[in-house]
Design a protein around this ligand. Structure first.
Ligand code: GLC
Ligand code: CA
Length: 572
């Protein structure tokens, strides 16, 4: 059978304002500049990019406060520059996903301006109003400590309006059919301009019921099917990647039992447990999170990530677990945010320890799903904790040792480049690392190349194996008559593991190391014995390198997914 679902085995790279915003309009450090970097991106081996918001915006939340959905903010370039970018990406075989931020608009959006100034405006009902201050106004804030309430009084409207996020981001009344129609129009517009889909912002809030009398919002999951159907009518291979940090027992509501809703979701549960596992050098929390998020329709996919443009949200861990992650990776108050997360970039979190950074990335690349990288992480870029909230990890991409890291000729970039300490652009930049075969950049390029050659991870079923020590995560993937096996030692000490690959009849006797020369042959009883260095990792192909001659054209183990889904109480 042909497998055309590109997102099942993609490598996604996220681009933020630190790659396209410098505000001087000279074609460098903006979309035009970014278009010139497309060869760098395609050389890295990624297969898709995700662009964070670039539409017109007062920019009080990094562009997540949009004031015109059908535009490009002039600070980034023109609509023409955007189309040149998507065209250039397409020519290199790169897909472009863009953010779809429709839970709320900027308070500067003309819709909100009209809605607040005229109670009879057709836009009045596009937002969520209340005559009186709702009793639960202080509950459910998205940014505790910075945002005080979810309802604010508007003088012009003489009414309270609802905002899940900051007060300058009034929520759209997404249950209003006119708003729903507009959301489709926005999607249709960008699809027409060559994007392959959307990273949909704040999905649980988009589909929630909203209003002064809503004390416990309910998710209207059916809305997701509407979006999906529209999108696929317009362009068959376009997708939605949902940002939904939700408990695992609701995952299938987002994917849909028949895979009729979101094609992809970020795996927040695995993300948080991965960091917890790294913090305590114990793979079990991660293995449990993988088990809890195992079930998904065969056409659906997880997006796995380490860090993104937001804080590392640890809200799904217990307080004790969260404290363990804080102690390991963000011990100082200035490194933490909203009482639930860490706002640093990955490299400084891991004390710049190359072994540990590789381990973390190797893990991410081999977890069930599609990896999502953040710009600059391939260089091991650092952060600037002097910047407020999440901006610390959104500094300009460090291209070279030239002024401003080669990002812009502007005297004053919107966010300053990191220019001091070990992560400063004079030490950490793409130009240096390109010339150094052992650099993080070249390591990342090699690991991406390898990852693309193990589609078993994207498509297959996985099994966590008993490695004899919880410090080591051992996983095997099976797909179309082939298997691959990965070992990750989360511990700072070397660990010897003895394990059985779990395949029958000697099928697992030979493990071919895909990254180095130390292959492994099974000893007594089909068991392998491998000594892993501190933070060591191994990628093995089971059986030998003639695997492509053995690959089957059909999937056999579909029943497995269905059974797992039933175990968790889903419909058969
Ligand atoms: C999402 C984004 C975040 C933004 C928020 C409001 O959580 O990832 O950056 O602040 O939505 O749009
Ligand atoms: Ca510029």
């Amino acid at each position: 059978m042909i497998n055309d679902l590109w997102y099942k085995n993609a490598v996604i790279y996220s681009l933020g304002v630190g790659t396209y915003m410098d505000a001087n309009g000279d074609g460098i450090g903006d979309f035009e500049g970014l278009t010139r970097r497309l060869d760098y991106l395609s050389g890295l081996g990624i297969t898709a990019v995700w662009l964070m918001p670039f539409q017109k915006s007062p920019f009080r939340d990094n562009g997540y406060d949009i004031s015109d959905y059908y535009s490009v903010d002039p600070r980034f370039g023109t609509m023409g520059d955007f189309v040149e970018f998507t065209r250039g990406a397409e020519q290199r075989g790169l897909r472009v996903l863009i953010d779809l931020v429709v839970n709320h608009t900027s308070d500067q959006h003309p819709w909100f301006q009209e809605a607040r100034s005229d109670p009879n405006s057709k836009y009045r009902d596009w937002y969520v109003w209340s005559k009186k201050k709702p009793p639960h106004a202080e509950e459910g804030v998205a940014f505790p400590g910075v945002q005080k309430s979810t309802w604010s009084y508007d003088q012009a409207a003489k009414a309270w309006y609802f905002h899940r996020f900051y007060d300058f981001q009034p929520d759209l009344n997404t249950s209003n059919p006119h708003v729903q129609a507009e959301i489709l129009k926005i999607m249709g517009f960008w699809i027409q301009l060559g994007v392959s889909g959307f990273r949909m912002d704040a999905v649980p809030f988009v589909i929630a019921t909203k209003g002064a009398d809503v004390t416990k919002p309910t998710e209207q999951y059916d809305m997701l099917r509407q979006l999906r159907e529209f999108l696929q009518w317009r362009e068959g291979d376009s997708i939605i990647l949902a940002e939904a940090n939700v408990p695992p027992n609701t995952d299938m509501h987002y994917f849909g039992d028949e895979g009729e809703r979101m094609q992809m979701m970020f795996n927040f549960l695995v993300n948080q447990n991965l960091f917890y596992a790294l913090a305590i050098a114990d793979s079990r929390p991660l293995a449990r999170a993988l088990g809890k998020t195992r079930a998904r329709p065969p056409t659906a996919q997880w997006g796995n990530f380490l860090r993104n443009h937001d804080e590392l949200d640890l809200g799904r861990l217990t307080q004790a677990q969260c404290d363990a992650v804080f102690a390991a990776f963000g011990p100082e108050k200035s490194m933490q945010l909203y009482g639930r997360g860490i706002r640093r970039r990955l490299a400084p979190m891991l004390q710049g320890d190359r072994r540990r950074i590789e381990l973390a990335y190797s893990l991410m690349f081999t977890l069930p799903g599609t990896p999502v990288l953040r710009y600059g992480d391939e260089l091991g870029m650092g952060d600037d904790l002097d910047l407020p909230e999440r901006n610390c990890a959104r500094t300009p991409m460090q291209w070279s040792s030239e002024a401003n890291g080669g990002f812009t000729k502007s005297e004053k970039p919107i966010l300053p480049v990191v220019d001091e300490g070990p992560y400063g652009y004079r030490h950490v930049n793409a130009a240096f690392q390109r010339r150094d075969p052992e650099s993080m950049l070249n390591w990342t390029e090699r690991i991406i190349r390898m990852r693309k050659e193990v589609p078993e991870v994207g498509w297959g079923d996985f099994e966590v194996l008993d490695a004899g020590t919880p410090c080591v995560l051992a996983m095997r993937y099976d797909w179309r008559n082939n298997s691959v096996l990965f070992l990750h030692n989360l511990d700072a000490k070397p660990r010897e593991v003895v394990f059985h690959p779990g395949l029958q009849g000697g099928a697992g006797d030979l493990l071919v190391n895909l990254l180095a020369d130390d292959h492994s042959r099974a000893g007594k009883g089909g068991r392998h014995q491998v000594l892993l260095e501190a933070y060591g990792y191994r990628w093995y192909r089971v059986g030998g390198l003639d695997y492509l001659l053995k690959r089957s054209d059909v999937d056999r183990k579909r029943a497995h997914n269905k059974a797992a889904h039933r175990d968790r109480g889903g419909a058969p």
